[in-house]
Design a protein around this ligand. Sequence first.
Ligand SMILES: N[C@@H](CCC(=O)N[C@@H](CS)C(=O)NCC(=O)O)C(=O)O
Length: 216
Amino acid sequence: MLKLLGAYGSPFVRKVKVVLDEKGLAYEHEQIVPFPATPEYRKISPLGKIPAFMDGDKALADSSIICAYLEKAHPAPALYPSDPYEYARALWFEEYGDSGLSPIVGGKMFFNRIIGPRFLKRAFDEALFQQALDKDLPPMFDYLENQIAGDYLAGGMFSIADLAIATQFVNYRFAGGSLAHSRWPKLAAYIQRIQARPKFAAAIAIEEKMFGGGRD
Ligand SMILES: N[C@@H](CCC(=O)N[C@@H](CS)C(=O)NCC(=O)O)C(=O)O
């Protein structure tokens, strides 16, 4: 049996969940909150982060590693382009989402405004939030706006690139961010299109009940 470990609200858990769903795989989803990670959980995820994954007794950690494993183990439908350069571009956009957008959207916005105050008794740092909106994100959104040429970011197909970018924008919206009426029309339409895919939309709908309401 396949098992996804990690809590709703995490863009990385969502990334793996949508890969599993797009590939039509059956799996259990165990809600693991990593604040703090237990010694037991660290045996599966040595850095103490979510998600982790079990395929029977085989354990894996890190969303990118888990998604790469799922692609090898269950190749259809393909979620990585086959052309070498487009494959590398897809990995680049995954990295851009995971290491570029996430520290800002996840750390300075979603965690700062939602998770910290709601679950960890941490005060909301409004200056940090505003810094993300005013300084950090505009050049990143400009970059993405310029990268969007067709329906998808890499290889002319829905891929890990689109998933890794669009998952960050779920947290962006949950934290109160908006792309509407913005200076990024291509990006706004692209994100809406990717998140409207049935499996993606279904994953978001579950979390919407928890995080989509009013902001704290
Ligand atoms: N590179 C990792 C990042 C995972 C990550 O940062 N997860 C966050 C939640 S969204 C976490 O577990 N944080 C707990 C911690 O850093 O202690 C991945 O892609 O899985």
